[in-house]
Design a protein around this ligand. Structure first.
Ligand code: NOJ
Length: 542
C-alpha cells in the first residue's frame, strides 16, 4: 500500500478519505442474507487497499429497523443481526491495526418507539416524568383529535401521532420529525443531555474515532412549538435553532478529553451556507457533509458556483470542506448523471427517468477525480467505487423504506441505493453471503463485482484505487486550497500547490491539455492529447 504522506494523528480528519459502510448491505458473514460485522471484518483488507483513512458506519445499534437502524432501541449495544459488542470492539482494533479510523453514527434527535424510555412514557401515561423526555402534547379540537400543530414529518404526513393511554383511551400526541416509530427527544430536559454525554463516552472509551451526527440541526425546537401556518421561516422551528450550538460545544469538550483527535461530522441539510458554517466553528463540529455539491447538476458553471460558495463559507471558520457524491439516502450518481436532469432533490427522485448509463458512468468517473482532488475531505459510499447504479425496478412489495408507505406510495424511497454489494461470482447473491440477500441484486451486476473489477485496470474500482492512493502520496491533495485555471467554457480546471492540476471537461468538445503538463491519471483515455467530453485528468505541472 502507498505510504501515507502525513502521520495519521495530526489533523487527520481535515483531508481524510472516508468510506461509508451501510452495514446491512455490505457483506454478510453468517449467511442470513443481512450484512454484519463479521462480513465487514473480512472485507477490511479490501477497504484498506482502496486507500481509505476512515470508515463511517451507519447505525449499528439494536433497532426494530423501522428506518434502517435510525430508530435506535439501545445506544450502548449492537443490533443482534449485525453481531455483538465484542465484535464491534474487534472491528475497531483490527481497523486501527490497518491504519483505518472508525466513525459511528449517533442519532440524538429521536430514538425508537421501542426504546425503554419511550415504552415507559407510554406505560406510565399522562403527567409521568418519563413523558418529559419526549414531546407529548394534548391534541387540538374538543376531543383532542387534531395534532398539536401543523408540522409535517419529513417522511410525509403529520409529525405527530396520537398515543394510547394505559386504560386504552386515546391520549396525548407525541412529536416525530420522521416516522411514528421515531419519537423526538426533548432536549430541554437535562436528563437527555446527560444520557448522550454518557453514550458518547461509552463509545469513545471503546476507541471510536468519531461520530456522524444524524439530523444534527434538529435537536432544539422553537419555544411554544409554533404552527407554520404556510410560512417557511429561516430557521424553521424544528431546525437550526440557535440553542443547538451549545450542545455541540459541550460535546466537543468531551471529545477533546480523549487522545488522538476524536471528531464529529454533522448531517445538516440547510439552505444558508453561512448558518451551516456556524456548526463548524472552532469549538463545535470538525466537519459536515456538503449536500449542495451532491445535489448540484453536472454543469461546469453550477459546480464551480457550489465549489466557490463552499470554500467561501468554510474559510472564515477554518473548517475543511467535504465532497460527497452519494450516500444511503440519495439516488446513486451513476444514475443521476445519466439523466436529462442531473440534479438531485428529495422532492422528486425522478424515479425511472430515462437514463443513459454509459454517459452516467463516464461522468461518475470524472466526478471521482474531481471530488478526490478538491481541498478537504471526501466520502465514498460503498459500491460507488464499483460504479453501481440505483436499482429502480425493485418489486414494490420488497420495499422497506418507510418513505414508500408514508408518502402514500408516491415516493419509492431509498431502497434502490441500499442493494447488497456484489463481491464475486456470476449470479446473485454475488458472494454477498451464503444466503439470499435481503434485497435482490440485478443479474447485470455479474460484470460489476469487486472480483471482476479488481482484475480490470480500466474498471471504476481501479480508477478509485489509483486516485485514492495518489491522493495519499501527492503533497498537493487533501487539506488546503485551490486556484482556478481558465480553460474555456464548460471546463472546470484548478491547480493545487505544489505542481498539481485537475481538469474536468463538461463541454461537448475535446479540450487540449496544457503543453507543459505531465498526465498522472485520466478518467478515460486522451484522444490526440485532448480530454474528451465528460472526462477528467490529473496533471503534474512542471
Ligand atoms: C438521516 C439519515 O441519513 C436517514 O437515513 C434517516 O432516515 C434520517 N436521518 C432520520 O434518522
Amino acid at each position: 500500500m502507498a505510504e501515507a504522506k502525513t502521520t495519521t494523528t495530526t489533523r487527520w480528519w481535515r483531508g481524510a478519505a472516508i468510506y461509508q459502510v451501510y452495514v446491512r448491505s455490505f457483506a454478510d458473514g453468517n449467511g442470513d442474507g443481512v450484512g454484519d460485522l463479521q462480513g465487514l471484518l473480512r472485507k477490511l483488507p479490501y477497504i484498506a487497499e482502496l486507500g481509505i483513512d476512515a470508515i463511517w458506519l451507519n447505525p449499528w445499534y439494536p433497532s426494530p429497523m423501522a428506518d434502517g437502524g435510525y430508530d435506535v432501541a439501545d445506544y450502548r449495544a449492537i443490533e443482534p443481526l449485525f453481531g455483538s459488542l465484542v465484535e464491534a470492539e474487534k472491528l475497531i482494533d483490527e481497523a486501527h491495526a490497518l491504519g483505518i479510523k472508525i466513525i459511528i453514527d449517533i442519532v440524538p434527535n429521536h430514538c425508537s418507539d421501542q426504546h425503554p424510555w419511550f415504552l415507559q412514557a407510554i406505560a406510565e401515561g399522562p403527567d409521568s416524568p418519563a413523558r418529559e423526555l419526549f414531546w407529548f402534547r394534548p391534541g387540538k379540537g374538543e376531543d383532542g383529535s387534531e395534532p398539536p400543530n401543523d408540522w409535517q414529518s419529513r417522511f410525509g404526513g403529520p409529525a405527530w401521532s396520537r398515543s394510547t393511554n394505559p386504560d386504552g383511551t386515546a391520549g396525548d400526541w407525541y412529536l416525530h420529525l420522521y416516522s411514528p416509530e421515531q419519537p423526538d427527544f426533548n432536549w430541554t430536559n437535562r436528563k437527555v443531555h446527560d444520557e448522550f454525554d454518557d453514550i458518547l463516552r461509552f463509545w469513545l472509551d471503546r476507541g471510536v474515532d468519531g461520530f456522524r451526527i444524524d439530523v444534527a440541526d434538529g435537536l432544539v425546537k422553537e419555544d411554544g412549538l409554533p404552527d407554520l401556518d404556510g410560512r417557511t421561516p429561516e430557521p424553521l422551528p424544528f431546525s437550526d435553532q440557535d440553542g443547538v450550538h451549545e450542545i455541540y460545544r459541550h460535546w466537543r469538550r468531551i471529545a477533546d478529553e480523549y487522545p488522538g483527535e476524536r471528531i464529529f461530522v454533522g448531517e445538516m441539510w440547510l439552505p444558508d451556507p453561512e448558518r451551516f458554517a456556524r456548526y463548524l466553528r472552532e469549538d463545535e463540529l470538525h466537519s459536515a457533509f456538503n449536500f449542495d455539491f451532491l445535489g448540484c447538476p453536472w454543469d461546469a458553471a453550477a459546480l464551480r458556483g457550489v465549489i466557490d460558495d463552499t470554500l467561501a463559507a468554510h474559510a472564515p471558520v477554518g473548517a475543511p470542506p467535504t465532497w460527497v457524491l452519494s450516500n444511503h439516502d440519495v439516488t446513486r450518481h451513476v444514475t443521476r448523471y445519466g439523466r436529462a436532469d442531473t440534479s438531485f432533490d428529495f422532492g422528486d427522485r425522478q424515479h425511472l427517468a430515462t437514463t443513459d448509463f454509459e454517459l452516467g458512468t463516464r461522468r461518475a468517473r470524472a466526478a471521482a477525480l474531481l471530488t478526490t482532488s478538491l481541498p478537504g475531505g471526501v466520502y465514498v459510499y460503498q459500491g460507488e467505487e464499483l460504479g453501481l447504479w440505483e436499482v429502480e425496478n425493485l418489486p414494490d412489495e420488497l420495499r422497506e423504506d418507510p418513505v414508500w408507505v408514508r408518502s402514500g406510495h408516491t415516493d419509492r424511497g431509498r431502497d434502490g441505493c441500499r442493494i447488497p454489494i456484489p463481491w464475486g461470482g456470476s449470479e446473485p447473491p454475488f458472494e454477498f453471503g451464503d444466503g439470499t440477500a435481503w434485497l435482490p441484486q440485478p443479474e447485470e451486476w455479474s460484470d460489476f463485482t469487486a472480483e471482476v473489477e479488481a482484475a480490470d485496470p480500466d474498471s471504476m474500482l481501479s480508477l478509485y484505487r489509483t486516485a485514492l492512493r495518489l491522493r495519499r502520496t501527492e503533497e498537493a491533495l487533501g487539506d488546503g486550497d485551490l486556484t482556478w485555471l481558465d480553460l474555456g467554457p464548460g471546463v472546470l480546471a484548478f491547480t493545487r500547490s505544489p505542481g498539481f492540476a485537475c481538469v474536468v471537461n463538461l463541454s461537448p468538445d475535446p479540450v487540449p491539455l496544457p503543453d507543459h503538463a505531465g498526465v498522472l491519471l485520466t478518467s478515460d483515455p486522451l484522444h490526440d492529447g485532448a480530454l474528451p467530453s465528460d472526462t477528467a485528468a490529473w496533471l503534474r505541472l512542471a
